[in-house]
Design a protein around this ligand. Structure first.
Ligand SMILES: [Zn+2]
Length: 302
């Protein structure tokens, strides 16, 4: 089992196997790659691209993929997934970043959500394809991933939304298709609390059944600008990690703004002495690996 950090700052907290930098998050702002940090790139969710090219935004009968359109789970602006200039520019960017990183970790490499995109170009492409609507969207996503795979010479990790059942209908994402190109998946399970670990464990179990490649689970620890009162507790994070580990997750990515928030998490995790002891009885080897990792942080936080 592997443990990674997922940070907005180019910092490498101690006590983990690898580090993922949010090089180009959904804001569209780009940092400099760091040679020993994986680079995370949001492909179509890109506020800067939409600001510069308002006509590139993904369209639907329920309005555009714009921040504030409450018809969708969208917290940023999303470019149409067939926009040719954006696609080409992102391919070049990914290839360039791949040369400067140990691996590429993508998210938002698919349609914005259900019923996207109905812009004139997408409608035209769909009609010409002779395929059904959902089948056409799936092919658009898969074909683009194949092009990305040709550019990425190192490890390629593909994000998927925490929806094991309707990812194809919503995003054009077919897990079997993507498994042909991905080295691993990253199932994004961000939440401001993990008070009911049963549901997350069930999702992990579902993905274990469906995914043909190893998968990490991203857990939310402390985002930029967060109030400490509004983030998950270390007890919740430990419990959800253990329960997802026993359901088959191959590793975890812990999201923080930077190294200091990660250290705070590690400190409070280490302090959960009774809980750590109790969680030992929750299962076999994977559970013990999570708890051994937390035990290894004792040296770091002192
Ligand atoms: Zn479109």
């Amino acid at each position: 089992m592997k443990f990674g950090t997922f940070t907005f700052q180019p910092q490498k907290p101690q006590g983990f196997d690898f580090h993922v930098l949010r090089l180009k998050p959904e804001t569209g702002i780009r940092l400099q790659p760091v040679q020993d940090m994986y680079s995370n790139i949001a492909v179509f969710a890109d506020n800067v691209a939409v600001r510069n090219h308002p006509d590139w935004i993904s369209q639907s009968p329920l309005g555009p993929a714009k921040m504030g359109n409450a018809n969708f789970n969208i917290y940023w602006d999303v470019v149409c997934a067939t926009q040719p200039e954006h696609r080409a520019e992102q391919l070049d960017y990914i290839a360039e970043v791949d040369r400067q990183s140990p691996g590429i970790c993508l998210n938002s490499q698919y349609f914005a959500d259900h019923d996207h995109c109905t812009c004139p170009r997408c409608r035209e492409l769909w009609k010409k394809s002779g395929l059904g609507w959902l089948e056409w969207r799936r092919k658009e996503v898969t074909d683009y991933i194949a092009q990305i795979r040709e550019k990425v010479k190192k490890e390629l990790i593909l994000a998927i939304q925490p929806d094991p059942v309707t990812s194809c209908e919503r995003y054009g994402v077919d897990f079997e298709d993507l498994a042909k190109y991905a080295d691993a998946f990253n199932v994004v399970m961000f939440s401001k609390n993990y008070a009911t670990p049963w549901y997350w464990e069930m999702l992990a179990r579902g993905f274990k059944k469906l995914l043909k490649k190893p998968f990490y689970i991203s857990l939310y620890v402390f985002g930029p600008g967060d109030n400490p009162k509004d983030v998950p507790t270390a007890a919740e994070l430990l419990t959800v990690s253990v329960r997802c580990a026993r359901a088959g997750a191959d590793g975890f990515l812990y999201l923080t703004d930077g190294a200091s928030q990660m250290l705070d998490f590690q400190k409070t995790a280490v302090e959960q002495v009774e809980l750590r002891q109790r969680l030992r009885s929750f299962g076999g080897q994977p559970v013990q690996e999570v708890l051994d990792r937390v035990a290894s942080w004792e040296k770091i936080v002192k």
